[in-house]
Each structure stands twice: as C-alpha cells, then as structure tokens.
Write a new protein. Structure first.
Length: 561
C-alpha cells in the first residue's frame, strides 16, 4: 500500500500532539491543587517560623545633585528667591506614601516644626531672605515617607544661593485723576516682583510725604479715596482720606492722612517685598477742591461763549438760593465743541472711571443745576450720558437735578440707542423729522405756552414767547404717567418744497418728572453773545424766563431764600 507524497503518514501527528498537551496540562493542574491543599493543611497545623525583617527606610533624591550651589555660582549669578525644585524617592520594602520638605537660612538651626508634608514631587517655592538683606544662602531638604510612616533619616539636601530683586510699580496712566478733582478720586497701579507675586508684602501709599506711608494689602491694585470733609468748617484745609479697595468700592478701616483741600497734592505709591525692599516711588500731582455746598452748578456749555451763558445761570441760582449760601461749580466745558455737528471728546475734567469714582462724586451734592450744549444726540462725547449712567446713588440719597439742554436729533440714531441721558430726562422719545420736512422753526414772537403747573407749586408758570428765531432746538415727546409736560411751543415746519405750516405734535420744550426729581428745559434762555434774554414774557417781561426757572427749582426742592 502506497501513500502518495507521504500524506497519510503525516495526518495522525497533530492528534497525538493534542493528546500529549492535554495530559501535561492535567498533570500540572493536579500538582498545583495538591500543593495548595498541602499548604492549607500545613497552615492549619502550624504557623510560620522565624523573625520578620525590619522595615527599611526610604531613600530620597533631589533633582539638584549638588549638596551646595554656593561655590558654583558667582554673586551676579545667584538665583532669584523663587525656585522650582523637584525630587523623587523609593522604598526597598514598600512604597513612598508622601514627602516632607523644609528650608531655612544656612546660618540657622532647623527644627522639626519646619517640615511641610506633601504628596507632590515638585513645587515652586519662595525661599526666605532676611529683611534688609539682598542675598541669602538657603538650605533646602526633602525626605521621603514610606507606607509605614518611616522617614528617610538622611534627607536629600542642597543649598541655594539666592538674591532679592526689588519690586516694581507703575500707575495706570489712562485711569489717573483729572488735573482737578473734588475730594473723591481713584488710582490704579500695576505692581510686579521678579521673584514672584508671592514675594510682595504690601503696597504703601502717602499724600504729600515721601517718608511716611500707610500700608495696603499686596493684592490691592485699585483704590478710591474719600476725604473726610467738613463743609461747615471754612478753616479746614487738610483731611484724612478713607480707603476703599477695588472697583466694587469695598470699605476698609484704613485712612491716609495729609490730603490738602483747595490745594495741590502729590500722591506717592510704592511696592515692598518680603525682604523689606521697596520699589522706586511712583507719584502723581493734581489739585483737590473742597466742596462747600449742597448745590452743584455744572458748566457743560462747550462753546467759547459759555462765559456769558453761565453768568446768566449763575445769577439765577444766586437770586433763588438763601443769601450767602455757597455754590459749588464743576467746569466740564472743555474741550470746546468744534463745527456745527458738535463732534468733540468727553470732557477730561470728568473722572476716567465712572464707577465707583464718578458715582460717589456726584453723590456729594443734593441738588444739581446742569447747563449743557448737548445731551441727547450722542452717547460718545457728550458729558451727561456718561454721568447719567452712574447717578443712581445721587437719586437714592434724595438728589434733584435741573438740566438746561437743547434737544436735537441724534447724529447716528443706531449708535445713540440706550443713551443714559434720554433715560434720565423727563422725555419719552426724541423727534425724528420725516424726509419731507427740512426743519422746524420757532419764529421770533412765537408763543411758548404753559400746559401744566409743576408738582408741589401753586403758582402758574408764566406764558412766554421767543425773542429770536430758533431752528436747531427741537420739541420732544413727553408722554406717560411719569412725565409732566410744562411748556409747548408753536413750531412751524418748512417742507423740502419750501412750504410752511403749523407743526402739530410733539411741541413740548420743558417738562418735569412726576416725582419732581428731574426737570428739563429745552430752549436757551439767553443770547450767548449779548447776554440778552431770548425768552421773554408774553407781555414782554424780560424776567419771565428767569421766573419760570425759579418755579422749577421750587418744584425740585432746591433751597430757597
């Protein structure tokens, strides 16, 4: 019998291999079971014999292998006091559960209390430099702790030669106070330390004395000072200032002495690190005005002719207020308006930080008489929108305000949405002329008729008439239960085809809020060149416009003679 190619001879071999493997596996299983059972039986009969091995301590290794770097680095190569250190450890009969490290001046005697426990194997550490010294040699030690709590008896050790770098500080230029402020003002700064922010110990500030300082926490970088001013003491020329930190105006118990009133002041600030090394002084000089009244006159008339206009309004206030009562004045008139469109930046006399600085400043007064060239036609550049956004504290404290301002169409209606001045003033909406109307006109001799009596006033407003030709001052909408219209003017329209006719609505040019907190008079009272009244009584009385304003002041509760 033949087997081609030997095929039949090879076929039984795999089966035989499988049988052998299965037999070996079965034998091994039997041996393992026997050993295990034998171990169990033996364990039941007797315990282990011999002495247990003692726990061996772990070993610790620093990434810095040199036991001292003092001899390896020249003085000019010394390290900054904040160093990054890493380490590792192993345990011959267990595992490393934690580490402990400590650091101390090389001349000092270390104590066990210095050890700090950690599970990390690296850290950024601020090494101590004794106060008044520029350099130090600091020992750093680390030891591993094993799973049974045994510490490495020979900690890894090195000596770091370090140097202290002085901190730096600079005032934030775009948040500096204006050249002149009332006794509420803010400063912000940026303090840095080459050895790390944790090396800063404090910020020190002073008024007019570069040798005596008051300490602030090192993380403070924005401070508002509120001077303790006694309005009723005309001889007060100096005050302490309370410190409020952060833009949230957080109160502190810190006070800084030496602020001069109605005088020039210099503010000093410096940073001090943990080694008592100070930065160079940063300083700023400006003038502080002392408030003397509860009434503030705001000169927001931003034309070169403002001297004439403000003299007229100043006289109204003086004639209305009790004799001898002072009037504080805030000049926001510069930079002057340029061009017919009135494009100009906001006054640089305003604090650059509205909250909390301007908010707290406005709350210094109970009554504000605000005279402006523009308030509602632009958020950008106009002063009142900037102030109106932070007048809540002023009103919460019972404040009242009278605003003299023309009402004009916004230069960019889309950009003027949400104008805080519009939300403040007693008007419901601005007038937008239809495309078919070129302009509105208030002719000389046109009637300006009272339509309501101001709240709380029994005297009727005097009828007025224009004493000039008006084309730039528009009427406005004054609708709703919260607004009381006071005067309406007989406007005419001029169409683009040259046709004239009586303008129907709106025609309001003066109004007051129903709660008598805010009043608006939308027509000028005086010729800005000659000082002559441009609004007179319907009977020709040149003082009728002044009388109308005084009735508004009475309704608002201004102090009256």
């Amino acid at each position: 019998m033949g087997w081609p190619g030997g095929q039949r001879l090879l076929e039984p071999l795999p089966t035989r291999q499988i049988m052998v493997q299965e037999a070996v596996t079965s034998l091994l299983r039997t041996l393992v079971v026997s050993i295990l059972l034998g171990g169990v039986m033996t364990g039941c009969d007797a315990g282990f014999t011999g002495e247990p091995l003692p726990n061996l301590p772990p070993e610790t290794y620093l990434s810095v292998r040199d036991s001292s770097l003092v001899d390896n680095l020249a003085d000019e190569e010394r390290l900054v006091s904040t160093v990054y250190v890493s380490w590792t450890g192993d345990d011959p009969d267990g595992y490393v559960a934690a580490y402990e490290f400590r650091y101390y001046d090389a001349a000092a005697v270390p104590t066990e209390a210095l050890w700090v426990r950690t599970v990390r194997n690296d850290s950024l550490i601020l090494l101590p430099i004794p106060p008044g010294r520029a350099t130090a040699n600091v020992v750093f030690e680390v030891r591993a702790i094993d799973n049974e709590g045994l510490a490495d008896p020979t900690p890894a050790r090195t000596v770091f030669p370090i140097r202290n770098s002085p901190p730096e500080i600079r005032l934030i230029s775009f948040e500096l106070p204006p050249d002149t402020t009332f006794p509420i003002f803010s400063f912000s700064w940026q303090a840095e330390d080459p050895d790390g922010a944790v090396n800063l110990a404090r910020i020190e500030v002073s008024f007019n004395d570069s040798t005596q300082f008051v300490a602030l926490p090192p993380d403070v970088d924005f401070v508002t000072f509120v001077a303790n001013v006694d309005r009723d003491n005309p001889t007060q020329t100096e005050a302490t200032a309370r410190v409020y930190t952060g833009r949230a105006f957080r109160s502190t118990t810190i006070e800084v002495p030496g602020l001069r009133l109605d005088a020039e002041n210099t503010f000093y600030v410096r940073a001090v690190d943990l080694a008592d090394t100070s930065s160079a002084l940063a300083r700023y000089t400006w003038f502080v005005k002392k408030p003397r009244s509860r009434v503030l006159l705001v000169n927001d008339y931003r034309k070169a002719t403002g001297t004439v206009v403000m003299a007229y309004h100043r006289a109204i206030l003086r004639d209305f207020l009790p004799p001898g009562m002072p009037i504080d004045e805030w000049d926001l008139s510069q930079p002057y308006v340029t061009g017919s469109a009135g494009n100009t930046p906001r006054s640089d006399a305003l604090p650059p930080v509205p909250d909390p600085t301007l908010r707290q400043t406005l709350a210094l007064w109970d009554y504000i008489y605000w005279v402006s060239t523009a308030t509602v036609n632009s958020i950008v550049g106009n002063n009142l929108p900037y102030a109106a956004a932070v007048m809540d504290l002023f009103f919460e404290q019972g404040g009242r305000i009278l605003v003299h301002s023309p009402v004009t169409q916004p230069r960019d209606p889309a950009a003027n949405l949400g104008n805080p001045a519009i939300l403040l003033l007693p008007l419901s909406d601005l007038l937008v002329l239809p495309d078919t109307v070129r302009r509105l006109e208030l002719a000389s001799g046109a009637a300006i008729t009272p339509v309501n009596t101001p709240p709380g006033v029994s005297t009727v407003l005097p009828p007025l008439q224009s004493n000039r030709f008006f084309i730039n001052e528009l009427p406005y909408f004054a609708e709703g239960a919260t607004i009381v219209p006071l005067y309406e003017a007989d406007y005419q329209y001029l169409s683009r085809r040259g046709r004239r006719g009586r303008w129907p609505h709106p025609r309001t040019v003066a109004s007051i809020s129903a709660d008598a907190r805010v009043a608006l008079f939308g027509l000028p009272l005086v010729n800005e060149l000659t000082g002559e009244p441009v609004l007179i009584g319907a009977d020709g009385d040149p003082d009728a416009g002044r009388q109308a304003i005084m009735l508004l002041l009475r309704s608002l509760g201004f102090p009256e003679r």
